[in-house]
Design a protein around this ligand. Structure first.
Ligand code: FES
Length: 180
């Protein structure tokens, strides 16, 4: 059952979606730019956005969904509170970035492109983030974690997990509860 806040977000998303869709002419070649624009506005592709785009371009919804799932650049779920970007540029890849990414997937129990159930973390693979000398690199929010290894993953996430909430509770507690 959606919360009141989620209802409000959906309403806002729908209103903004109208702006996005009407700013493009209804031609099929606009599908990808339109998906990109929608994602830029919402940070992911809500179902309503994809339906609106399908309607506007007069293409089947399944086709829009197919394109959205085919390209890595599109996200179908909202970002978590802490957005993790694992660099898979050439330098990071050669320095073991794939192993770091796999360690992050294990540690968070999600796959790349997903968000944890408690909405605390989302994981994305990105191209070069511009600090190849520090490869392999993981960026959490705006914090660059240099020279990562699979063994450093758990420790690197601790400050975000134990971030103190207003009122003194800790994120880790809610994370544990969500797995109970
Ligand atoms: S390839 Fe990862 S920072 Fe450049």
């Amino acid at each position: 059952m959606p919360t009141k806040q989620e209802d409000q977000l959906t309403e806002q998303s729908t209103e903004r979606l109208v702006e996005v869709v009407t700013s493009y002419s209804g031609e099929r070649r606009n599908l990808i730019p339109l998906l990109q624009e929608a994602q830029k506005r919402f940070s992911y592709l809500p179902k309503e956005a994809m339906q609106g785009i399908a309607h506007s371009l007069e293409v089947p919804e399944v086709e829009v969904y197919g394109v959205a799932t085919f390209y890595n650049q599109f996200r179908l779920v909202p970002l978590g509170k802490h957005h993790i970007r694992a660099c898979m540029g050439t330098a990071c890849h050669l320095a073991g970035g794939k192993l770091v990414l796999e360690a992050l997937e294990r540690e968070l129990d999600i796959k790349v492109g997903e968000t944890t159930q408690n909405k605390e973390f989302s994981l994305e693979r990105v191209a070069c983030v511009g600090c190849c000398m520090l490869a392999p690199v993981v960026v959490v929010e705006d914090d660059v974690h240099p020279k990562m290894t699979p063994f450093k993953v758990e420790e690197a996430l601790i400050p975000y997990r134990y971030e103190t909430q207003p009122g003194g509770s800790e994120n880790e507690q809610s994370s544990d509860e969500s797995h109970a």
